[in-house]
Design a protein. Sequence first.
Length: 200
Amino acid sequence: MKVTYDDKGLVPAIIQDFETNCVLMLGYMNEESLKKTQETKLVTFFSRSKNRLWTKGEESGNVLHLISIESDCDNDTLLVKVKPDGPTCHTGSDTCWGEENIATHLFVKKLEGIINDRLASKSDTPSYVRSLFNSGINKIAQKVGEEAVETIIEAKDNNDDLFLNESADLFFHYLLLLNAKGFQFSDVLRILESRHTTVK
């Protein structure tokens, strides 16, 4: 990877969550911090204020796990895709712009959080999610099959509303099955991405 540094030996690095595509922060790297980032797989910058290498999260624990690094068309800016541990900004915000780090085009991550909350809740309030999990993984898998059949049936008709609702039911129960197996939807997306793209 070719990198063009400025007259101070620095290059701007845009930090992006590889799952949500949300931009988390902007930092600067020199040749040494870039090398350390690639070796340790933890994003390391050159701190202009401290005048030294600085691994993000070295004090807070909110490190950035390296997924990939690419330089732009002029080789003078880096795009660093990461998996963050906790909030990125020192203020406690997910990003340095105060945004919530969630895929705005998908509700999936938030929905997975709701599922986890339902499972962890000690409330006496009846919960469909808890009751299904209490029935065991065979029951969850069976529900996925039932919803798949109902989706196929609606696909043969011309009622788009019913088809989309059955598709939503299928997807929800699929998320439950993934959870029961100890996975998230992002794990499936990662496999799909690896089949169709080359990570640099």
